[in-house]
Design a binder for this molecule. Structure first.
Ligand SMILES: *Cc1c(COP(=O)(O)O)cnc(C)c1O
Length: 374
């Protein structure tokens, strides 16, 4: 790709932090993990943070530690990354997919309320593309129906809703640090929670079921190896020190895109100014305007990719994935299906240049013209 879809932003400071770990004899469960966890806890403003090997692992541990299991229903969007629903199925819980709001692309509180049954145990809220979900309404629904709230904040580190960080609302929340996220550890994730007993249990489950108080070979319950190495934690800690300039840079890139694409009528651009909300820009996703039904999204993606421009169909709904065939017919999600067929994620990363953005804009204009003239 001439312009990739995403690209990590690694400076000398991160390289030094990682190599410094390699000069020690402590490569797991050490001071870097503790520093990274403490820094995340402080940043999100939750008392507890537990580093894990991926966002998916973090979601799995939240489900398990909350006692959600066989036959329990959990409300979740289909318009998201498959990890959110997979984490439920690891514990034989049942994802109940609900529809999204066409503007925010987040779960609509009204759809959540309609999906509640006597078997519902939790709402797994995703802050899609770094835009916080309607947390006031969602927490209100959860409180009235005595449901757990798990925030999948894997795309939303640093986003705020009414002045509070995404990840500080629910019983627990998860962040992820795959290389396409705002900050990366290569692979990695973090669970945050206000509940001390939940934190202790997740900490134990991450490490083969060992509690801190017990000796090394005392396994209180069935756990996993979901640890995050010192090398990854050092990288994450160094990245987190730069989070504010990183988020500002990403806001700047989003605004530049907004200007560069403003004249393209065939596109609907994401909202950048939303009262009471700070978006943490994860990806920049445009949508084909529904007035132009003759334009095939997939041909645009193919044309752009052919021109060396990294782009993707974010997201293919989970209920339409082959591994969710059992859900395909029962899920009625018209907004999800309509929106998902029109989305295109464009190249988006800290160091993308103004020239790159202009080139993406021109490639889009050319592709749209070509397709309409066919
Ligand atoms: C990135 C992401 C995850 C976690 O992904 P991992 O690759 O397991 O770290 C989970 N949910 C959503 C919505 C994501 O975007």
């Amino acid at each position: 790709m001439t312009i990739p879809l995403s690209s990590p932003d690694i400076t000398e400071a991160e390289i030094e932090a990682v190599t410094a770990v390699l000069r020690t004899s402590r490569l797991s469960l050490g001071p870097q993990m503790e520093a990274f966890e403490d820094a995340i806890a402080e940043y999100i403003d939750t008392p507890h943070a537990i580093a894990v090997s991926s966002g998916t692992a973090g979601l799995h541990l939240c489900i398990k530690a909350l006692g959600i299991g066989e036959g329990d229903e959990v409300i979740v969007p289909s318009f998201t990354f498959i990890a959110a629903a997979n984490a439920l199925r690891y514990e034989r819980a049942l994802p109940v997919f609900v529809d999204i709001d066409a503007d925010s692309l987040n779960m609509s509180p009204a759809s959540i309320e309609q999906a509640i049954t006597p078997k519902t145990r939790a709402i797994l809220v995703v802050h899609t593309f770094g835009r916080p979900a309607e947390m006031a309404a969602i927490m209100d629904i959860a409180n009235r129906h005595h449901l757990f709230v798990i925030e999948d904040a894997c795309e939303a580190i640093g986003a705020t809703y009414q002045g509070r960080k995404a990840g500080s609302f629910g019983d627990a929340a998860v962040f992820a640090f795959y290389p396409n996220k705002q900050i990366t550890t290569g692979e990695g994730g973090m669970v945050v929670t206000r509940r001390p007993e939940l934190a202790a249990q997740i900490r134990a489950l991450r490490n083969q079921g060992r509690y801190d108080s017990a000796d090394w070979l005392q396994h209180a319950e069935l756990g996993y190896n979901y640890r995050l190495s010192e090398i990854n934690c050092a990288l994450g800690f160094a990245q987190l020190k730069r989070i504010e300039p990183i988020l500002q840079q990403r806001e700047k890139v989003a605004r530049r895109y907004q200007q560069a694409l403003a004249d393209i009528n065939e596109l609907v651009l994401p909202s950048t100014e939303i009262p009471g909300i700070r978006i943490s820009w994860f990806v920049y996703v445009v949508r084909l305007n529904s007035d132009y039904t003759e334009i095939d999204r997939d041909s645009i993606v193919t044309t752009l990719t052919g021109a060396g421009i990294g782009c993707a169909r974010y997201f293919a709904p989970i209920h339409l994935q082959p591994s969710y065939a059992a859900w395909r017919n029962s899920a009625v999600l018209p907004v999800t299906e309509a929106q998902a067929s029109r989305t295109i994620a464009l190249p988006f990363f800290n160091r993308i240049t103004e020239e790159d953005i202009a080139q993406v804009g021109n490639a889009l204009r050319t592709a749209l013209l070509q397709i309409q003239n066919r």
